[in-house]
Design a protein around this ligand. Structure first.
Ligand code: ZN
Length: 142
């Protein structure tokens, strides 16, 4: 018989086997501190929060994009709105769907960019690059 291992979260004792705990090589007994049920809960919550924060960040990007293309009082309007660059997405949800479900790209910590700098913000013409790359491109464009 195997010794019981108490879950670090729900405090319930379970047999110390991989049936009840996930493998974790970094730990002395080779298993996670939390039982599978708790671990799953924690991971799900983390994913949910992560996707919430990705959405929040994309919303900021979306608003800035609209501003650049439509607000003449913005400093960078001359590179966008004045040059006829448009945002060709129906709504923020449309934009979000495109990035998360169609582009399926990493956006964390990245800036939005247009593949063709004379093109619009639209399907097929947006990508995400690092801030450093973005700055470099801007210098080249000038
Ligand atoms: Zn537990």
């Amino acid at each position: 018989m195997q010794d019981n291992k108490r879950c670090g979260k729900c405090k319930k004792p379970y047999p110390a086997t991989v049936e009840y705990f996930y493998r974790d090589r970094s730990r002395i007994d080779g298993m996670t501190r939390q039982c599978k049920t708790c671990k799953r809960e924690v991971v799900n919550k983390m994913y949910k929060e992560q996707s919430k924060s990705i959405k929040g960040r994309l919303r900021v990007i979306w608003k800035q994009m609209l501003q650049r293309c439509s607000n003449p009082r913005r400093k960078d309007y001359k590179y966008y709105g004045e040059r006829g660059i448009k945002v060709n997405f129906d709504s923020f949800e449309d934009f979000l769907t495109h990035i998360l479900n169609e582009l399926k790209t990493e956006t964390r910590g990245l800036d939005i960019d247009r593949v063709d700098t004379n093109g619009h913000y639209e399907r097929g013409n947006i990508r995400f690059i690092t801030h450093a790359e973005n700055m470099k491109n801007r210098r080249v464009n000038k």
